[in-house]
Design a protein around this ligand. Structure first.
Ligand code: ADP
Length: 220
């Protein structure tokens, strides 16, 4: 499903995030205070504008309230990152995501109301360490063009049925590779066909992107 995202700060992280989301078919508004960054990305996303995100009025004019999420990708200037996040929160945006460069930075962003916080350097370092220590095939699967692994909250029509009855492999061409149970918290890898889906479960499913998109559109 096509979503609308605004990316504030088009440095390295913001640039790659904005262009990757655009390539996945979403509508992307890119915002940066620096004309050079805006010029560079202009042809690679839906719209790019020069604006200072520390200025509430400038952001108000961009109608960020209608976005599915706004991601603040300002790292190096702490003051600007904090003010931009505060301003975006004040606009009533439903999902505010912010990048942090350190743990204290992340704590501040959480205190002022960011819904999700990314620590790209820290997270990539941990992933790299894990990959170097113990290469795992799951790290490579997302790079197989056209296939993904997604997490799906089961639609109502799935509840109370087992995986044989749901027959997702024949109906959609996808495979349930794991189930995350929430009460109590537990992960079942490679569930058997007898597993009965509960409301509180999350299904982890591998399949072609088109089939996964179709499955995600299943009525609630
Ligand atoms: P990265 O490490 O991902 O390149 P930076 O923090 O270096 O991250 O880059 C942040 C980007 O945010 C830069 O392109 C900068 O011009 C932009 N930026 C900084 N302050 C503001 C602001 N007040 N409003 C909008 N964009 C900003």
């Amino acid at each position: 499903m096509k979503k609308q995202f605004a990316i504030i700060g088009l440095g390295n992280f913001g640039f790659y995030l904005a262009t990757a989301l655009f390539q996945k078919g979403h509508e992307i508004l890119g915002i940066d205070i620096n004309a050079k960054q805006v010029q560079e990305i202009r042809d690679q996303i839906s719209r790019a504008v020069i604006a200072d995100a520390t200025d509430p009025q400038a952001l108000k004019e961009l109608e960020l309230g209608k976005m599915d999420a706004v991601v603040i990708c300002i790292g190096s200037i702490l003051n600007n990152s904090i003010l931009a996040t505060l301003n975006v929160k004040d606009l009533g945006v439903k999902r505010v995501v912010a990048k942090a460069v350190s743990d204290p930075h992340g704590r501040i962003l959480r205190k002022i109301g960011a819904d999700e916080i990314y620590f790209p350097e820290k997270d990539l370092a941990l992933t790299a360490a894990q990959r170097l220590d113990n290469p795992n095939v799951l790290d490579y699967l997302p790079f197989i063009e056209g296939y993904s692994i997604v997490q799906l909250a089961p639609p109502n029509s799935f509840i109370g049925k087992n995986l044989i009855e749901l027959d997702l492999i024949n109906r959609f061409g996808v495979q349930v590779i794991a189930i995350k149970e929430m009460v109590p918290e537990n992960v079942i890898m490679i569930p058997t066909g007898r597993f009965v889906v509960k409301h509180s479960d999350i299904l982890v499913i591998l399949g072609p992107d088109a089939a996964l998109a179709e499955l995600q559109e299943e009525p609630e």
